[in-house]
Design a protein around this ligand. Structure first.
Ligand code: FHN
Length: 477
């Protein structure tokens, strides 16, 4: 037990983001890195030219907006155990309530999400404007949401439902042109002997065992299944690993990298462990003040306060907040992976659908300012470090300013105006010479009056904002 009790979360920079949702004892950074700085197995991208690497990441860099789906057996518990509400995240209920393995596994006998409709989910995602979806194929509870010959604790073999939702979603995504990826908890597994358990370690003897054996008996065989069984639908487009611990040594992680390398176009995040940095950074529940210049990155975020469904959690973020987050992230060159948590019947809660669809409506008009863009040419609009306030570590607190944000494409800068300034808008100086200014929502592309000099650009705007949440001004050059 000792060994497991000391397990901590080891991530790269991405883990700094966990502060908003994970308790302090889960935020320790102690990544296992290869001693000589050499990976035992080199990731395939490291053997590619820059042009090949860019091509490999192109769809992901253009996408900017994705939908995360946390769906598993925990949805059946919905935040309650033995009739009592359980605090913390919905998908962590087994760990938080220290539910014995055999008791938790019993949930499967009644898990029957008959309202699940892959086409409806993907249509909703598409109407929301997301370009990719990432679903929990197995979360820390060890329950596989796909048909697995490697382990019978899966939705096809252990529930009355008997269907493989990942297959159905893969087909629907393929049909509707959405990239489809799998989240897989490679390190924590609370129902398989030897799987890691954070927040206090194992609580049931049935969990004890060797981590390497767990990896060889369950995680690696299941990853092989995930990489083989959805190829006819071009899935997975990415694997989203999570919560690596020091148990994931460079040698063990390299066994997984060997599998991943067989699919050169497959992307994977920075949470495999063993010192591997992956394809993109994953700040969680926060937006880094300056993004990650020169790196691909993706902020993942809950739409309320949980990833997995909790029936009592109705603390949904407003559409305004979510949309501003998307705009803010795009203005720093990152992606937004926004989570929904379907319930045990297979339905994405209506308030979550409503918000996603409202974002989609905005993107239908203003998507040009988000998709396939780069970070804007300015930076002062993002905010400032407080000259007086400090965080617990003594670092100045970042104070975002929510007036406007900028993104760019060759020949165009998009200014998403969050606070309508009236008819006069003044922007900082820009290197490029502006030739025309228009509002993106104006389908007639009427030219707005503007003047530009070394002090900045002044534009005459319409009196009222075209959109109550964000209106996009386009500067052509
Ligand atoms: O522990 C998980 C959590 O349940 C959730 O899956 C998030 C999503 O990024 N990842 C871990 C915490 O960082």
């Amino acid at each position: 037990m000792d060994r497991i009790d000391r397990r901590e979360f080891c991530l790269g920079l991405g883990a700094l983001s966990t502060v908003l949702i994970l308790p302090p004892h889960m935020q320790v950074q102690a990544a296992a890195t290869p001693e000589n700085g050499q990976y035992p197995v080199e990731p395939v991208k490291d053997t590619m030219t820059q042009a090949q690497r860019d091509a490999r990441m192109a769809w992901w860099n253009q996408a900017r907006f994705g939908m995360f789906i946390h769906w598993g057996l925990y949805a059946q518990a919905a935040g309650y155990w033995n009739g009592k509400p359980v605090p913390f995240l919905g998908e962590w209920i087994m760990n938080t309530a220290k539910i014995p393995v055999a008791d938790y596994q019993k949930l499967a006998a009644t898990f029957d999400p008959t309202k699940f409709n892959a086409d409806a989910w993907v249509s909703m995602a598409k109407a929301s404007g997301v370009k990719y979806m990432v679903i929990t194929s197995k979360h820390h509870d060890g329950f596989a949401m796909f048909k697995s010959d490697a382990n019978k604790f899966n939705i096809v073999d252990a529930t009355p439902f008997k269907r493989d939702p990942l297959k159905e979603l893969a087909i629907a995504c393929h049909k509707q042109g959405i990239k489809f990826g799998f989240y897989y908890s490679q390190d924590q597994d609370w129902t398989a002997p030897g799987g890691a358990a954070m927040r206090g370690g194992h609580w049931d003897k049935a969990q004890d065992g060797s981590f390497a054996e767990y990896l060889h008996a369950k995680a690696i065989p299941q990853l092989k299944e995930l990489l083989a069984n959805y190829q006819s639908e071009d899935a997975p487009a990415e694997i989203w690993f999570d919560t690596p611990t020091p148990d994931m040594t460079p040698e063990l992680a390299s066994e997984i990298v060997t599998l991943l390398n067989q699919h050169p176009n497959l992307l994977w995040n920075n949470r495999l462990g063993g010192g591997y940095s992956g394809d993109f950074e994953t700040p969680e529940q926060h937006i880094p003040p300056q993004g990650f210049p020169g790196k691909a990155w993706e902020t993942c975020m809950t739409i309320n306060d949980t990833w997995g469904f909790k029936k009592d959690d109705t603390n949904f973020k407003s559409t305004e907040t979510l949309l501003w987050n998307l705009i803010d992230i795009a203005s720093k060159g990152g992606n937004y992976l926004l989570n929904v948590g379907p319930d045990a019947t297979g339905v994405i809660p209506q308030p979550e659908q409503d918000r996603m669809l409202e974002i989609g409506k905005w993107l239908k008009v203003n998507g040009e300012a988000i998709y396939d863009t780069q970070a804007g040419p300015f930076s002062q609009e993002h905010g400032v470090y407080s000259p007086t306030e400090k965080d617990k570590k003594g670092n100045p607190i970042w104070v975002p300013v929510w007036d406007w944000r900028a993104t760019a494409k060759p020949g165009r800068v998009f200014i998403s105006i969050l606070q309508w300034p009236g008819t006069k808008c003044t922007l900082p100086p820009m290197d490029a010479r502006v030739t025309k200014a228009t509002m993106l929502a104006d389908r007639k592309h009427r030219a707005l009056k503007f003047s530009q000099n070394e002090k900045g650009i002044t534009i005459t705007l319409p009196e009222t904002a075209p959109d109550p949440i964000a209106s996009v001004l386009v500067l052509h050059s």
